[in-house]
Design a protein. Structure first.
Length: 402
């Protein structure tokens, strides 16, 4: 096992007296430190602004003041210059000082000592070791705090997910339960000669099928979202005539658009090139963005789908003129189980936009949203025009190119 060995450290000596400075240098010569010397407090502060040492050794008489005044003035200079207070200061005095003065000069980081050549090196090494240990503890504390915060967010997301699942799955189930009970009790059905036979209207069966399909769709979305977190999304790529795909998606969603009294227009550039991607997954992205706009806006919203070439890729967008999204929520919307504040009157598992992002990123492209509250939203994404690398060579073989 490799063990990382920390360097001995950097030491800043603040001493203007050449004789005692020579003694200091000799005392710490065996420590292997990188040593810098400053003759005044101002020189020391200027050096600290360029490179921070691991410890400062301060001559108690360097400013020509009493020891306590020297220490306090140096600390004031450091504080006014935004120098970290965690750099320990070892103040050296030519002789022993009273205990009251010693306590005023010492803190959690700083020490004061009468200069003795044989003790200076161990003191400097100890201060450096203590500082590094505190830095490690601080780093670990920050990592622990971040981990706890992440866990709390995850737990909150799970609680929100369970609440959404309970609501979205329970209400349709209760509806089907009521329909079945009414059928069993003969409510809304014509009497039959045989009581064991119940005549069920086609419209009732269709509503029940729609409810079951809604359940299956939500469960499939949830499974897809979590499979994306476990392993990369696998795409079945091919060349796609995107304009035809967009028009087909619009036609398939027209009943839903009509039901919401919405309008859908297309702005597709002429001679739009083929894109290289998975048509089923791209369809899912368009369908979710369109249904999302219908779900989170009042009836009568105007929708527009656009596609054009931009910077070597096809840029697609789904635009609405609805309620819009606050700027601070735009990026959060693509997180797992994230829902905007405008979703208060709707219900969902908060996985749709997350899945859209996973699909587009699997195409090595980007997806994002631009929005201003009360001015609508534009969800846009890019698609590659042609394959890259090994995929391009494989595609060339498939279409018979040399």
């Amino acid at each position: 096992m490799d063990v990382e060995i920390a360097p001995p450290g950097r030491v800043l000596l603040v001493n203007a007296e050449s004789a005692s400075l020579a003694l200091w240098l000799d005392a710490i010569a065996d420590g292997g430190f990188t040593v810098h010397v400053a003759g005044t407090g101002e020189e020391a502060i200027a050096h600290l602004g360029l490179q921070q040492p691991d410890v400062i050794v301060l001559d108690g008489a360097v400013l020509g003041l009493p020891v306590l005044a020297t220490y306090q003035q140096f600390k004031a200079l450091a504080t006014s210059s935004s120098i970290p207070s965690t750099i320990p200061i070892l103040t050296l005095t030519p002789a022993s000082i009273p205990a009251s003065l010693k306590s005023a000069l010492e803190s959690d980081d700083d020490l004061v000592s009468c200069f003795q050549p044989q003790t200076l090196l161990p003191l400097v090494q100890t201060l450096i070791s203590v500082r590094r240990l505190r830095q490690q503890v601080s780093k670990k504390s920050q990592e622990l705090h971040a981990a706890v915060s992440c866990r709390q967010q995850t737990e909150q997301s799970l609680r929100s997910l369970l609440h959404a699942m309970a609501h979205d799955l329970r209400n349709p189930t209760l509806g089907m339960q009521m329909v079945i009970k009414n059928l069993l009790e003969g409510v809304g059905v014509e009497p039959q000669p045989c009581p064991e036979v119940i005549s069920i209207p086609r419209s009732t069966l269709e509503r029940m099928v729609q409810g079951v399909e809604c359940h299956i769709k939500q469960i499939d979305c949830l499974l897809d979202a979590y499979s994306c977190t476990a392993e990369p999304l696998v795409l079945q790529r091919q060349l796609i005539q995107l304009d035809e795909l967009i028009l087909a998606i619009g036609a398939s969603l027209q009943p839903l658009i009509t039901k919401d009294q919405a309008t859908l227009t297309f702005h597709i550039a002429p001679d739009l090139p083929h894109v290289y991607g998975d048509p089923c997954q791209i369809r899912r992205v368009f369908e979710h963005l369109i249904t999302n706009a219908l779900k989170h806006n009042p009836p009568g919203v105007e929708l527009a789908i656009a596609a054009r070439v931009e910077a070597g890729r096809v840029r697609c967008s789904v635009k609405d003129n609805g309620v819009g999204i606050p700027a601070d929520q735009c990026q959060q919307l693509f997180g797992l189980h994230q829902r905007g504040t405008n979703a208060g009157h709707t219900h969902g598992l908060g996985v749709g936009l997350y899945l859209c992002q996973q699909i587009i990123e699997a195409h090595r492209s980007r997806i994002n949203v631009n929005s201003v509250p009360n001015s609508g939203a534009v969800f846009w994404f890019e698609l590659p025009i042609q394959a890259e690398g090994d995929e391009a060579r494989e595609l060339a073989i498939q279409v018979g190119q040399p």
